[in-house]
Design a binder for this molecule. Structure first.
Ligand SMILES: Cc1cc2nc3c(=O)[nH]c(=O)nc-3n(C[C@H](O)[C@H](O)[C@H](O)COP(=O)(O)OP(=O)(O)OC[C@H]3O[C@@H](n4cnc5c(N)ncnc54)[C@H](O)[C@@H]3O)c2cc1C
Length: 400
């Protein structure tokens, strides 16, 4: 941290330092004292400019005693539009597993009209639910939500903070990590707790070719996890956690949300129970039309590989994989897809993978449960015909 010797600060020195800070983190209070606020990123530009020699850098050792004072696991819930995002329960389930009943689990719930969500969380394994409920929290505003989450984390002092890697979570997590000057591992696919309380955070690195396991030496240890990477707990707990209504922390807001509307009511691909996915080996117009028809017949959603997005066949929200969506449907039919590690990273937890590829050596066959080594363009009309005949027969039987 940067220490200030106020006795050396002249008005001219203060003005120079305020103008120097690229983050606008330096200001003067009403008594004329120089103040370095939370916006400080320790870039040290002020130390270089320091005209009066009033600033000094104080390096604080990360003492083991400090690490020991952080304990338990905290999940930051996502509650938007009156709904608890399912990733919250998945994280809570993982927290229960990591804790093994030995560590307290808490949830931070921020939003408006949260009563039902708080009860759900208290039944699903949270020992304590810290609730920040206010009209001002009806829509996600990163600074206001960060202020609430920061307030709770300072009170709880958890060793681990888990956040969903959703659009809101990805905005919240780095802000919190910066406020606590701690590390953040994004998009973890595996989490393990060591005996000494260190969280082993594993995520794909170098374009998905390597799985990196990361340990954070500071506290709290923060990570984000995508929706559908972990399973939500199947059953509620026998005990119910405490629900604590919190006061909103003082907040100097610069943004006011006047109204909020869903950009797109369409469900995210991550939520699909069945997916027909197409790759470069299924890119002809006829094949894409057939894939669409198959998806409609099955009540499935259409997904694709990255080259299909790059070729302009699909919007990026249809892309499955490392740089796309993580999906976990009951089944996926992968047509003309090679099965690269980057694609597989987003779908290999699928219950049933059916792959169609004309190359017997294609990697997709290594993860597929059922494989058809044939031309996707020939396979599709046959399957469509079979399903249509089956549906017609069933309809006939129902009418009789
Ligand atoms: C950092 C990084 C992130 C990435 N993120 C993603 C991501 O999120 N999602 C993603 O998908 N990719 C991603 N990629 C790209 C990835 O590496 C692959 O290039 C991509 O997944 C390949 O897509 P594909 O299977 O459609 O094409 P190809 O690899 O070209 O495979 C086409 C397959 O179709 C088969 N085929 C050809 N003709 C037929 C036919 N008539 N009938 C049946 N089969 C046929 C071929 O045998 C082949 O196996 C990423 C790459 C990098 C470097």
């Amino acid at each position: 941290m940067i220490r200030i010797d106020q006795s050396k600060i002249t008005q001219a020195a203060a003005q120079k330092l305020i103008a120097t800070c690229p983050f606008g983190a330096i200001s003067q209070d009403d008594k004329g004292n120089l103040v370095i606020g939370e916006g400080c990123r320790l870039c040290k530009q002020c130390l270089k400019a320091d005209p009066a020699g009033a600033l000094s850098l104080e390096v604080q050792e990360n003492k083991a005693a400090d690490i020991d004072s952080w304990s338990g696991i905290t999940v930051v819930a996502e509650f938007l539009g009156g709904t608890l995002h399912p990733v919250t329960l998945e994280l809570l389930g993982k927290a229960r597993e990591l804790s093994g009943g030995k560590m307290p689990i808490s949830v931070i719930l921020i939003g408006n009209e949260t009563a039902e969500a708080a009860k759900t969380l208290s039944r699903q394994g949270a020992d304590e639910v810290y609730v920040y409920d206010d009209k001002a929290l009806h829509a996600f505003e990163p600074l206001r939500f960060s202020a609430c989450a920061e307030d709770a984390i300072r009170r709880i002092r958890p060793a681990v903070v888990m956040i969903g890697a959703t659009i809101a979570g990805r905005s919240l997590a780095p802000r919190l990590a910066a406020r606590f000057k701690t590390g953040l591992t994004a998009d973890c696919t595996l989490l393990e707790m060591r005996e000494n309380g260190e969280l082993l955070q594993t995520r794909p690195a170098f374009g998905g070719n390597v799985m990196a396991s990361i340990v954070t030496r500071t506290r709290p240890q923060m990570c984000t996890v995508r929706y559908r990477v972990f399973d939500a707990p199947e059953a509620a707990c026998s005990t119910t956690g405490r629900i604590l209504q919190m006061e909103l922390p003082a907040f100097d807001g610069r943004i006011e949300i006047v109204s909020a509307a869903d950009k797109n009511a369409e469900k995210d691909l991550s939520e699909a129970d069945a997916i027909v996915a197409v790759g470069r080996g299924c890119a002809s117009r006829k094949n894409l039309e057939d894939a669409q028809k198959l998806a409609e017949l099955l009540g499935a959603r259409l997904g694709c590989t990255r080259p299909m997005v790059e070729a302009g066949h699909f919007d990026v929200k249809h892309q499955i994989g490392l740089s796309g969506r993580t999906v976990k449907p009951k089944y996926i039919i992968a047509l003309g897809i090679s099965g690269s590690v980057q694609f597989a990273a987003g779908m290999q937890a699928t219950d049933l993978i059916i792959a169609v590829n004309n190359d017997p050596e294609a990697s997709i066959f290594k993860i597929a449960h059922i494989g058809y080594c044939c031309d996707a363009g020939e396979f599709l009309p046959h399957l469509i015909e079979e399903i249509e005949q089956y549906k017609a027969k069933r309809k006939g039987a129902e009418e009789e």
